[in-house]
Design a protein around this ligand. Structure first.
Ligand SMILES: Cc1cc2nc3c(=O)[nH]c(=O)nc-3n(C[C@H](O)[C@H](O)[C@H](O)COP(=O)(O)OP(=O)(O)OC[C@H]3O[C@@H](n4cnc5c(N)ncnc54)[C@H](O)[C@@H]3O)c2cc1C
Length: 507
């Protein structure tokens, strides 16, 4: 069947943008957006939009992007540990208040002829339309009701996070740990308005319990903020906040939920944005993914002859792209979960580790954009003066550095005496029970662990994650991988994930 009427459940960034693009592409469509909240009332504070997202929005709808950028604020990034700081240029990175973003998107949707209705929660079953777009967010009731049809799975993270704001604009985005008597809290913060910064704090469960936040969370009403946590964190991050108190907006400790769905459409219903998928906030891409879904859905629906073909095309285009982002996000989430264990690294080397945490930014690319930080980080890795670092060929330079009698970091088994190696083949999940047992077993043995396994890149990146766990437990590690993935192995060396590497034939 062809689509003439569309009901959108949820007036978040995904639903509003899809509605506008659908009407722009086909003004004959009848499009209604149902949003339970009132304008100006929303959760959260600012959201960040990177350069690539802006290019995609520009190509889809330059007018909306122009208004988003007019209301947004550019920023660079910085990693701060104690008094040490490493700065990274943000490129075209901007942040915008979620309320502003929704106001811009609502205005543009209405201008395109969308009927945006606020203030009433709707049930997808009651909507009579050729197509029902479920853009109702991470807790999507529509997705829940059709779970059998969508094959939805929700994985709950082990750590906790709290989304607050600072009442002033930070000079730049900030990643910074703060250690209290209960443990380490880590801030991810960025400015998004002349008088506001997003200030997200994350923590492991043990620290959270020791600080008594299990009790304050239970005591926080659904529509209130955890004032005790806000007061505690205002004090813990006093230096970073300049004595300002943190602000809440229905702010409470939460566990991140990663949503995946086997299928994104079922009959006349289609999932979009957080309802279909989420990706950990540390790669700052939930809004981006929702708006890119909107672009793909509006094209498919207005270009294909019938609904089912359009929805199959939409899923075929977007699901693989989203799954790639979710894979990056999972690695990023695990990197941040383990952050306190590596906060002792010099700040520039820590920044190299941060940029390469998910395998998305190569050493070469980071060296080209941010040479000062990478030069300092590589010098710290090798224990040499910065002038000795060759940034024109960082991969070759990193692997050429000696270590305790090894003339360079690339070794063969012949370099080790009989019995000096513990062989571990394809360890699988770096944070699973088998990995826990391995770390416990070899930590006191004093032998070198040789980690080998499948040649595919995801498997190698997982070996490097496990190698870092072993190193942090005091174990010397060699990670073996295909010569074709030497840049990943070199980034692993420079980031302190492995001591040595071995090259094998393969991918
Ligand atoms: C801590 C944190 C930090 C983040 N930081 C970033 C960032 O820096 N950059 C970024 O891109 N993203 C970020 N995100 C993610 C981002 O907020 C979401 O991914 C994004 O809002 C998804 O958009 P959406 O339109 O799919 O859903 P939502 O924005 O969740 O919108 C869903 C809407 O549906 C409405 N709704 C739900 N059910 C009904 C119903 N039955 N009837 C009517 N209305 C309904 C809700 O009221 C809501 O307005 C962050 C998320 C978190 C949790």
């Amino acid at each position: 069947m062809s689509v003439r009427s569309i009901a959108v459940v949820g007036g978040g960034p995904g639903g509003l943008y899809a509605a506008r693009l659908l009407r722009l592409a086909d003004p004959g469509l009848e499009v209604v957006v149902h949003e339970q909240g009132l304008p100006e009332t929303t959760f959260g504070f600012g959201v960040a939009l990177g350069a690539r997202t802006q290019r995609n929005l520009e190509a889809a709808d330059p007018d909306t992007l122009a208004d988003i950028l007019a209301a947004a604020r550019p920023h660079d990034m910085s990693m701060r540990v104690g008094d040490a700081v490493a700065r990274v240029p943000g490129g075209r990175l901007v942040a915008i208040a979620r309320t502003e973003l929704l106001a811009v998107l609502t205005r543009h949707a209405e201008k395109a002829g969308v009927d945006v209705r606020h203030g009433a929660r709707v049930d997808a079953d009651d909507l009579d339309a050729d197509l029902v777009v479920l853009a109702d967010g991470v807790s999507s009731a529509g997705r829940g009701a059709g779970a059998a049809g969508f094959g939805a799975r929700v994985e709950v993270g082990g750590g906790l996070y709290l989304w607050a704001a600072a009442p002033f604009a930070l000079d730049e985005a900030l990643f910074a740990p703060a250690t209290t008597e209960h443990g380490t809290f880590v801030a991810h913060a960025y400015p998004y308005a002349p008088d506001r910064s997003t200030f997200l704090v994350e923590v492991d469960e043990g620290t959270w319990r020791r600080a008594g936040f299990d009790r304050t969370t239970d005591a926080t009403p659904a529509d209130g903020s955890d004032e005790a946590a806000l007061a505690y964190l205002s004090e813990a991050f006093r230096d970073r906040l300049g004595g300002h108190p943190l602000l809440g907006n229905r702010t409470r400790w939460l566990r991140f939920r990663t949503v995946t769905c086997e299928r994104w459409w079922h009959g006349n219903r289609v999932l979009l944005g957080d309802a279909a998928h989420t990706a950990h906030y540390s790669i700052g891409s939930g809004t981006k993914l929702a708006m890119e879904d909107a672009i793909a859905l509006s094209r498919a629906v207005t270009e294909e002859i019938d609904r089912d073909t359009a929805l199959a095309r939409y899923q075929g285009e977007r699901k693989p792209a989203v799954e790639r982002m979710q894979e990056l996000a999972r690695r990023s989430q695990r990197w941040w979960d383990a952050f306190p264990a590596r906060a002792h690294l010099p700040v520039e080397q820590l920044t190299v580790a941060y940029m390469s945490r998910a395998g998305n930014v190569s050493l070469e690319r980071f060296a080209a954009s941010t040479p000062d930080v990478v030069r300092a980080g590589l010098a710290q890795y090798a224990g040499v003066p910065e002038a000795a670092v060759d940034l024109d060929a960082p991969v070759a330079w990193v692997t050429a550095q000696p270590l305790d009698g090894h003339p360079c970091r690339i070794v063969t088994r012949a370099a080790f005496a009989d019995g000096a190696l513990v062989d571990v083949d394809d360890p699988g999940d770096a944070w699973g029970p088998a990995a826990d047992a391995l770390v416990g077993r070899v930590a006191s043995e004093g032998r070198t662990v040789w980690l080998s396994g499948r040649a595919e890149r995801p498997a190698l990146l997982t070996r490097l994650e496990l190698a870092e766990r072993l190193r942090l437990a005091g174990v010397r590690v060699v990670v073996a991988g295909p010569a074709g993935l030497l840049p990943d192995l070199a980034a692993g060396l420079a980031s302190g994930r492995t001591d040595l590497i071995a090259l094998e034939a393969g991918a």
